[in-house]
Design a protein around this ligand. Structure first.
Ligand code: SF4
Length: 220
């Protein structure tokens, strides 16, 4: 089996609960969503690598990071490859497996969840993405993710509404997972982060406000 991989690199995680930790990143080609704020180049081009499981293993084993992030785009579009790769090689990697996902492909998650240690699940708010909502899929996704350590990341701007806050906090409460609030960059002049934070906090206490730290540090 082969998968199209945009890039493989080692860096410092800039988002979420593991912000500040070193990871090796495997960025897959393709995404099933189309968020207005997307800042990731996940399109296939002439530099795209088409790797078999053993070729990916040879590349990632050379990095000493203790955490391996599958990211994208949407890595679960390649769930069959991820399952095959981890089934063969996870025991030899000695790395925690971290999945960065938009939280919509719950059937695909079910295929790999037994092999994943940490799930970083985005909830994509319509007010931020300019797209439709995916809350029903997000709930099914969280149900499938409950075997791994999971947190919810919410990218927001000043347009976030009370219904979105309500749904996120209900889901986080139900599945007992932390929420990481991440302001959309560049910062919107009308945005009062503390006010938004307190709206979440009034409904759910395990909530953190963490911006994209790699952008301040000027690292990938
Ligand atoms: S889900 Fe992520 S990668 Fe896909 S379009 Fe949205 S921000 Fe970009």
């Amino acid at each position: 089996m082969q998968a199209p991989i945009k890039e493989i690199f080692e860096s410092i995680q800039g988002e979420g609960i593991l912000a500040g930790y070193k990871q090796v990143f495997v960025r897959f080609v393709g995404c099933n969503l189309n968020c207005a704020f997307c800042d990731t180049d996940f399109k296939e081009d002439e530099k795209t690598l088409h790797l078999k499981e053993e070729e990916l293993f040879d590349k990632v084993r050379k990095f000493d990071s203790e955490s391996l992030s599958f990211t994208g785009g949407e890595p679960l579009l390649h769930h069959q490859f991820i399952k095959s790769f981890l089934t063969k090689y996870k025991k030899f990697l000695n790395k925690e497996i971290y999945l960065e996902t938009n939280g919509t492909l719950y059937k695909e998650l079910e295929e790999v969840i037994d092999l994943v240690d940490v799930v970083a699940m985005d909830v994509k708010l319509p007010t931020a993405t300019g797209d439709i909502e995916h809350f029903e899929d997000n709930e099914k996704f969280l149900n499938a993710a409950s075997k791994a350590a999971t947190f919810m990341k919410v990218v927001f701007d000043s347009k976030i509404d009370d219904d979105e806050i309500e749904i996120c906090t209900i889901l986080a409460n139900k599945y007992n997972i932390p929420i990481v609030l991440q302001p959309k960059m560049p910062l919107d002049n009308n945005l009062n982060c503390l006010e938004i934070y307190n709206k979440f906090y009034s409904k759910f206490k395990d909530v953190r406000l963490i911006p994209q730290t790699h952008k301040f540090l000027n690292i990938q």
